[in-house]
Design a protein around this ligand. Structure first.
Ligand SMILES: [Zn+2]
Ligand SMILES: [Zn+2]
Length: 363
């Protein structure tokens, strides 16, 4: 039996352990991949720090790319109809869904499947063991949407596609980006930088990036931001005024929260124009309370919308987006650090400390 190594989470505050585990052969419809790269997502850090519960022992990491090592019976083609073979580099949805339940078939929210198997979350001491990307192998359960990736893309360009890029695609499709409208992006982590570029690509007029960090504001300008606003001690009202001054006095048609902090919500509501929309993608941990004057939501006729994760079509859109815009936006530059599997904990620390947008673990 083949064996491999994984970086195992054993509890909040405990060190990440490197363990050797047996590698199972894939069941029908499943696939085994050798992980080429796994980037640390903010949600890995949230679970590691105990902001939300995580299975123990478990393997973090869902933003990954890998190459096929073995295909289970019946798995012959990817979701686009391209034949699959051992050695192919692939991206995949960050979950397997059943395809048969109410959320899969009726509600059009496969990411809420009642039998959802999400990578980077499950226990690693029960079959199929290889549940997360900070490991040499990942077991793609039956029902995982797989796409072969073009050779021209680097691992740095491909890896964030199946979480960060697809989540932004899901949010922007849901809320809609209309031609020439103004878009404010609050929070310039990986999702925020991507939201600037993708809004622009979808036809936005003026894109305004908002963050505390001057380096990230500068980076946003390489990813489609036309204006930048550095947040210091400004009040929500001040920020609303600032955005109106950049949008012909009206405010933003669309405000996207990707800051991951509910403290920005009052300012977001202030920034919205009459008839504007507010999309929140970043508040992924419980306890994201904010006090807002709901009168403003009614009076300004606002649309408020939350979106969590994505459907497989957003993975397709994201791969296309990165491939199509790679000469315009330096997607690969967002992965700034790379460490080996034994340094997985350091990778988590670098993200916790906001040193890097994306740190890659290369097992
Ligand atoms: Zn993620
Ligand atoms: Zn389902």
């Amino acid at each position: 039996m083949m064996k491999g190594k994984a970086a195992v989470f054993t509890g909040v505050g405990a060190p990440i352990e490197i363990r050797e585990m047996e590698v199972p052969r894939p069941e029908p419809g499943a696939a085994l991949v050798r992980v080429r790269m796994c980037t640390v997502c903010g949600s890995d850090v949230h679970t590691w720090l105990g902001h939300r519960s995580g299975d123990v022992p478990g393997i973090f990491g869902h933003e990954t790319t890998g190459e096929l090592v073995e295909l289970g019976d019946g798995l012959t083609h990817d979701v686009l109809g391209q034949p699959l073979k051992v050695g192919d580099r692939v991206t995949y949805a960050m979950y397997a869904n059943c395809g048969a339940c109410y959320y899969c078939r009726v509600a059009n929210l496969p990411q809420k499947c009642v039998k959802l198997h999400k990578y980077g979350h499950g226990r690693c001491d029960v079959f199929p063991f290889w549940t997360g990307g900070f490991a040499e192998y990942l077991y793609l359960a039956p029902g995982t949407v797989i796409i072969k990736v073009p050779d021209e893309l680097s691992d740095e360009e491909v890896t964030p596609i199946n979480c960060a890029t697809s989540t932004v695609a899901s949010g922007l499709e849901t809320i809609g980006v209309r031609p020439s409208e103004s878009v404010v992006v609050m929070g310039l982590g990986m999702l925020g930088i991507t939201a600037c570029a993708m809004s622009k690509d979808r036809g936005a007029g003026r894109v305004i990036a908002v963050d505390v960090d001057p380096a990230r504001l500068e980076l946003a300008q390489r990813f489609g931001a036309d204006e930048i606003v550095q947040v210091g001690s400004a009040t929500a009202e001040d920020l609303g005024e600032r955005i109106r001054s950049l949008t012909d006095g009206r405010g933003a048609d669309l405000v996207v929260e990707v800051a991951g902090s509910s403290r920005v919500v009052p300012a977001a509501i202030e920034m919205c124009a009459i008839g504007g929309r507010f999309l929140t993608l970043g508040l992924v941990s419980p306890g994201a309370h904010a006090e807002i004057d709901w009168w403003k939501v009614v009076f300004k006729c606002l649309t408020v919308r939350g979106v969590h994760n994505y459907a497989p079509r957003h993975l397709v859109q994201s791969l296309d987006f990165v491939r199509r815009t790679r000469d315009r936006f330096p997607h690969g530059d967002l992965v700034t650090h790379s460490v080996g599997l034994v340094e997985t904990e350091r990778a988590l620390e670098l993200c916790r400390d906001r040193v890097a947008l994306r740190v890659a673990v290369v097992p």
